[in-house]
Design a binder for this molecule. Sequence first.
Ligand code: ZN
Length: 195
Amino acid sequence: MIKLINEFGKMPGIGQKTAERLACHVLKQSPDEAMQLAYAIRDVKKFIKACATCFNVAEEDPCHICRSTERDHSTICVVEQVADLLIIEKTGKYHGLYHVLCGHISPLEDITPESLTIEKLLQRVKEIPAKEVILATNMNMEGDATALYIHKQLGSLGVRVTRLARGLPSGSYLEYANTAIIADAISGRNEMGHP
Ligand SMILES: [Zn+2]
C-alpha cells in the first residue's frame, strides 16, 4: 500500500492526500479491475513509443500521421503536448503534420528551449521544407512566450508562421476547449508577421 501511495505521489499534480485516495480506490477495486490499471501501464511502455519525427505517441515509428500520404506534408502544427494534437485531430479540420514540443518554455519551472523539441522542429522545417508552421501552443503566458521564441527562430527560414486565432479565450488550454472553438481557431489563424 505504501509503495502504491509513493508511486501515485510521483505523478504530476498529485499530492500526498490524492495519492492516498487513489491507492484506497485501487484497494477497493476487484482484482480484475485493479489489474486493468497495471496492464495499461505495462502496455504503454511495451507497445507505445514517441515518434522520432514529430514526438506524437504511437505504436509505430514514424507515427501514422507522419506516414500518411493523404496529409499535407508542407504544414506543421506545433503543440505543447499529445493531448493538444488529439483535440485538433478531433476537429477534422486540420490535415497537415504535427510537432509535439513536450512542454513549454518556463524560466520559473526551469524549462529551457533546449529541453523541448524545438531544435528538431527547425531541422524538419528546413528539410521538408515546410511552407507553413502553425503555432498552436496554449493561449497563456508560457504558451505565448514559447510561440514567440519559435517564431524568432523560424525568422530566417522564410516559412509562413501563423498562430491560432484569438477566438480561444486568453489564458486557455487547448485540451479543455471544445472542438468547435478549436476548429474556428484553426481556420481563422493569424499571420505572425516578421519577428
Ligand atoms: Zn510522427
